[in-house]
Ligand binder design. Structure first.
Ligand SMILES: C[S@@+](CC[C@H](N)C(=O)[O-])C[C@H]1O[C@@H](n2cnc3c(N)ncnc32)[C@H](O)[C@@H]1O
Length: 195
């Protein structure tokens, strides 16, 4: 079964990953949003946006936000989740083969990297780096435990995504790894003129 068909089948359920009902997921989104160093982002991209629950929360911090997903059924749900956010555009795309135009000051890769095998991930990372603005932030968040559909381990996913970027922040607990990198990470205090 193709990856798109696998996810399309999953999205026959309304919220297959239980983003709306699990405290684990709500807390993880809150951590992700709280860690973002900038108050607002001009042009952001969420890769693998699923049914748009995180997308809608990111939209509150973004002037323009692109959500992409390999599953058109996921995107149909994402369109409903984000209907109150006109700055959100949704596109069906299989990454890294298909790629959006433009450069982004924030790219979010949350719970999607481990679905890709190492050579594909390496290509994904290279293309992601090329799509960041000079001081853009690449954020990744992934479940740390193995599961049947995972083709890569989370630690390897994050190493590949980092490449030669500099770590901006990291949070880790028993279950998740949340990290972000940039070519030019900016301290929030410096950004606000506190030092
Ligand atoms: C577990 S969900 C992550 C949702 C969201 N980013 C979050 O963290 O709340 C993973 C999503 O990635 C999508 N996906 C998997 N492989 C993909 C690929 N190669 N290109 C684009 N989307 C992909 C799946 O369809 C699925 O909706």
């Amino acid at each position: 079964m193709s990856t798109a068909a696998y996810f399309d089948r999953l999205y026959q359920q309304p919220d297959p990953f239980q983003y709306r009902s699990r405290w684990y997921e709500a807390r993880k989104r809150a951590l992700t949003l709280a860690c973002l160093p900038r108050q607002r982002y001009a042009n952001a991209w969420e890769l693998g946006c699923s049914n748009g629950v995180l997308t809608a929360e990111l939209a509150a911090r973004c002037d323009v936000l692109l959500g992409t997903d390999i599953s058109s059924d996921a995107l149909a749900q994402a369109a409903v989740s984000t209907r109150e956010w006109p700055q959100v555009t949704l596109q069906c795309a299989s990454h890294p083969e298909e790629w959006p135009t433009g450069r982004f000051d924030l790219i979010v890769v949350s719970e999607v990297g481990y679905y890709l095998a190492t050579p594909v991930l390496a290509l994904l990372a290279r293309r992601l780096h090329g799509s960041l603005t000079d001081d853009g932030l690449l954020l990744a968040c992934h479940w740390r435990h193995r599961f049947d559909q995972a083709r890569s381990a989370t630690a390897d996913v994050h190493l590949l995504l980092q490449g030669d970027l500099v770590e901006a922040f990291a949070y880790q607990d028993e279950d998740l790894l949340l990290q972000a990198w940039s070519a030019r990470p900016t301290s929030v205090a410096r950004w606000e003129g506190l030092r």
